[in-house]
Ligand binder design. Structure first.
Ligand SMILES: Nc1ncnc2c1ncn2[C@@H]1O[C@H](COP(=O)(O)OP(=O)(O)OP(=O)(O)O)[C@@H](O)[C@H]1O
Ligand SMILES: [Mg+2]
Length: 241
């Protein structure tokens, strides 16, 4: 489903050159659940932004559903992003003046679907994430966990090939994080492909595969149970509890 080859991203700030991605090869199949870990600045968000077609690589290729996205123009890339990608951010990124329902409807504006169909689908998805009784609330009338559920509903509205989440529980307390992770688990069980960036072992352990990044490269790629660092962190968490 996802195929990256020799992916690089170079930023230039003044005279400084930053190799945010320094040659990434990666394959992700349909219905995988992948966690991306690595220290701050290792290139996780840069990778996610390229996977989400929010940004372009400097070099290398990115194939999504058999299509090389690196050759697409801006309009075609925006269409891929809209139709195939669902993105969830740490900071929710909801529009403050719109209701939950209107926020969720937004990505459907471009889909060939009438007003009534859009509204019906948005209500369904809000119900799916457990917010059927909050459709008229604006973001400032919702809790952090509820805001993230709205963002997840918005990400799912066009039935994307991949759900990308960059530290989705970074702004949430541990109980609310658990609820969001339970929802991800259900979506995965229903067939959704998920890639989640996280610093937390408790989040990564919900995935099936853990990729670790360092200095813009993938330095390990293992099943969750086989990642020694993760098992150590989990053991430490259990001892602390
Ligand atoms: N727009 C930009 N312009 C210049 N440099 C950038 C830009 N975005 C990211 N970088 C640099 O690229 C590198 C990778 O950044 P990135 O945001 O991908 O890291 P990260 O792994 O997501 O870190 P964190 O865990 O702190 O979120 C960093 O050195 C960062 O300073
Ligand atoms: Mg980041």
């Amino acid at each position: 489903m996802i195929r990256l080859r020799g992916l690089t991203k170079v930023y230039r700030v003044g005279v400084e050159v930053i190799h945010a991605l320094a040659g990434v090869d990666l394959d992700v199949c349909a219905n995988e659940y992948v966690a991306v870990m690595g220290s701050s600045g290792s290139g996780k968000s840069t990778l996610m932004n390229i996977l989400g077609c929010l940004d372009r690589p400097s070099d290398g290729s990115y194939e999504l559903d058999g299509r090389n996205t690196t050759r697409l123009g801006a309009a075609a890339l925006a269409q891929v992003r809209n139709e195939r990608i669902g993105f969830v951010f740490q900071s929710f990124e909801l529009l403050p003046r719109l209701s939950a329902l209107q926020n969720v409807e937004l990505p459907m504006i471009y889909a060939a679907r009438g007003w009534w169909g859009r509204r019906k689908r948005a209500r369904e998805v809000l119900g799916r994430v457990g917010l059927g009784d909050r459709v008229r609330h604006r973001p400032n009338q919702l809790s952090g966990g509820q805001k993230q559920r709205v963002a997840i509903a918005r990400a799912l509205i066009n039935q994307p090939s991949i759900l990308l989440a960059d530290e989705p529980t970074g702004n949430l307390d541990s109980k609310t994080s658990e609820e969001i992770l339970a929802l991800f688990g259900e979506l995965h069980a229903e067939g959704q492909t998920i890639i989640v960036v996280t610093h937390e072992a408790a989040v990564a352990v919900r995935a099936r595969r853990v990729i670790r990044m360092l200095d813009g490269k993938i330095v390990s790629d293992l099943p969750v149970n086989a990642d020694p660092g993760l098992q150590r962190e989990l053991q430490a968490l259990r001892e602390a509890a």
